[in-house]
Ligand binder design. Structure first.
Ligand code: SAM
Length: 257
């Protein structure tokens, strides 16, 4: 992918954070500019159009801003030839525990955006509703194992037939790269003004087994590109509706991996 297009997309997705101050702006640029998951979600077409998206532990909502910017550029005809169409968002609901992140998200995207709603809440307690896509990037290791299992179970219940969960985790069986990413996680959490957290990590095999036990079909991809981390993206799919299911909203699976 050409660097000039990624630079344009990065500018488009982060400009809205400028009024929120230096931290909000530079954090958004650092995250979206260096983390490969955001680019891969678009280049692989993993977020289908016209879906209801739930982003759990959304931070200051850089993923929502990235998707909105991508669609704007796509509609302007500024889009890489080899990439699938940028997703058109039906709705995106983000849930975040930290008031400061929610405030930064509201300042950047608007508290009354027509399609994106960022809420202050605890993913271990709030209702998920019914959605088509759940994203949860680098979040679940902040909650204990019992609550992780409960969140995964409720995500499975919230997903419509044909829906998907896109999860990124650090593979606890990943050796030194895992220890490096854990160390960076502590530093970033501290820099963002939070206490040093206790982390509840699992191996990739354990995450996969947990998801398969809930009835998901799971595919995985390394997602640390260019960094010495043990990060993995899991795409966990819910089976399509049976013929008799009247409320089915099957997703286009053009971007299936
Ligand atoms: C490493 S950050 C990732 C943020 C975002 N997913 C991203 O990729 O930019 C983890 C986020 O999860 C949030 N978080 C942790 N536990 C949470 C909970 N129980 N409910 C909601 N958010 C939570 C943290 O406040 C933090 O913003």
């Amino acid at each position: 992918m050409s660097q000039p297009f990624l630079a344009t997309l990065l500018d488009a997705a982060t400009e809205a954070y400028r009024p929120g101050g230096k931290f909000a702006y530079h954090f958004a640029r650092g995250k979206l500019g260096t983390d490969p998951i955001f680019r891969n979600l678009l280049s692989q077409g993993l977020i289908p159009s016209d879906t209801r998206i739930l982003d759990l532990g959304c931070g200051q909502a850089v993923f929502a801003s990235w998707l909105l910017a991508a669609r704007r550029l796509y509609e302007q005809g500024d889009w890489p030839a080899g990439w699938p169409e940028a997703p058109r968002i039906e709705s995106l609901r983000g849930i975040e525990l930290m008031p400061r992140d929610v405030a930064r998200a509201h300042q950047a995207l608007g508290a009354d955006h027509p399609t994106v709603r960022i809420e202050l809440g605890d993913i271990c307690a709030c209702d998920f509703g019914t959605v088509d896509v759940v994203t949860i990037f680098d979040v679940l290791h902040y909650v204990d194992y019992r609550r992780q299992d409960d969140v995964l179970r409720r995500i499975r219940e919230a997903l419509a037939p044909g829906g998907r969960l896109i999860l990124r985790i650090g593979d606890a069986a990943g050796g030194l790269p895992f220890r490096i990413s854990n160390w960076v996680d502590h530093v970033v959490t501290f820099v963002r003004g939070h206490r040093l957290p206790q982390l509840w990590c699992r191996s990739l095999a354990e995450w996969r087994a947990q998801l398969e036990a809930l009835g998901f079909t799971v595919e995985t991809q390394p997602m640390s590109e260019g960094k010495p981390f043990a990060n993995v993206m899991l795409v966990a799919r819910v089976p399509e509706a049976r013929q008799s299911d009247s409320d089915a909203r099957p997703l286009g699976l053009a971007g299936a991996i």
